[in-house]
Design a protein around this ligand. Structure first.
Ligand code: C2E
Ligand code: MG
Ligand code: MG
Ligand code: MG
Length: 290
């Protein structure tokens, strides 16, 4: 009887797993068609200096203009690709598209640096550096130094020493690296020690709760201190209000992105945004208080 029940449960799991895998197969086929059919877009969100208002660059964020489902955000389709080679196809499309966009902006007199998000599986692909070099070679007028690769602290990065050597190989091409969502991983300090990144991106969670919560403010302070100790650049994510920016300035973090500055936008909107953008007066007046 117990055996039968067990068997029943297995059958149930099987059916469920089967349904999931059918759905996933359908999504994968859809994504493949979407890539072929030019349904993906990059939006760009400015990164600025809160005090001077200077634009440091933009981050490319993918969207899927699905013919039936409308605009899909990355969290609606990227997780299904976590361990799938299609993630590499998407990643390569993102890199090329960002480089192409830089040449378009250049021709309009907007020399912007661009950050792109790179999935761990993609970074770890044995040909990553070679294919990145290939993409850069197709855009010889874009200095590789202007491309920043944002990587997440995730278990999928696997052997940190190996990831570290891939990063060094890519850096020898000129590109730079940022650790995205810094502080949310399970071993941020090992990542900081082992991965030769240039920038830490403070996760938006710390920024939004730092105003309300002393512990998160302490973590935020700690991360800012770490960035100085390790000689890393810093960018805070998720600056949604004037107060967020003011607090960051007070704690000594000047570079940021977030809705209080600009939402992710279509590339053709960036020039007009840049022309009218001014930091809050409270930010320019802000002082670093120890
Ligand atoms: P991320 O790299 O940490 O990007 C920041 C996310 O926060 C973006 O969401 C952005 O739209 C959102 N955001 C920006 N400012 C604010 C703010 O002030 N408040 C709040 N609440 N959110 C803000 P998005 O575009 O939905 O992207 C989510 C994540 O998907 C990204 O997090 C990144 O990890 C991943 N992603 C996005 N584009 C790509 C891509 O091209 N390739 C890969 N592999 N991952 C991508
Ligand atoms: Mg990012
Ligand atoms: Mg982030
Ligand atoms: Mg994130």
């Amino acid at each position: 009887r117990a055996k039968q029940e067990q068997k029943g449960e297995w059958l149930f799991l099987d059916a469920d797993a089967q349904r999931q895998s059918v759905e996933r197969q359908r999504l994968l086929a859809d994504i493949r068609a979407g890539l072929a059919g030019d349904q993906f877009r990059l939006l760009y969100q400015p990164k600025v200096c809160l005090r001077t208002g200077g634009v440091i660059g933009v981050e490319a964020l993918i969207r899927w203009e699905h013919p039936e489902k409308g605009t899909l955000s990355p969290m609606q389709f990227l997780p299904a690709l976590e361990y799938h080679p299609l993630m590499i196809s998407i990643g390569e499309w993102v890199i090329s598209q960002a480089l192409r966009q830089m040449t378009v902006w250049d021709s309009e007199g907007l020399a912007l640096d661009v950050g792109v998000n790179i999935a761990a599986v993609h970074l770890q692909h044995p040909d990553f550096a070679t294919r990145l070099a290939g993409a850069l070679a197709r855009y010889p007028h874009v200095a590789p130094q202007r491309l920043d690769l944002e990587i997440l602290e995730t278990a999928a990065l696997g052997e940190l020493d190996k990831a570290g050597s891939i990063i060094r190989e890519c850096e020898s091409l000129g590109v730079t690296f940022s650790l995205d969502d810094f502080g949310t991983g399970y071993s941020s300090l090992s990542y900081l020690k082992k991965l030769p990144v240039r920038t830490l991106k403070i996760d938006q969670g710390f920024v939004s709760s730092a105003l309300l919560n002393g512990d998160d403010r302490a973590i935020l302070k700690g991360i800012i201190g770490l960035s100085h100790a390790f000689d890393k650049k810093l960018v805070a994510e998720g600056v949604e209000t004037m107060e967020h920016g003011k607090l960051l300035i007070r704690l000594g973090c000047y570079h940021a992105q977030g809705y209080a500055i600009a939402r992710p936008m279509k590339p053709e909107k960036i020039a007009a945004w840049k022309k009218q953008w001014r930091p809050y007066p409270e930010w320019s007046a802000g002082e670093y208080v120890k």
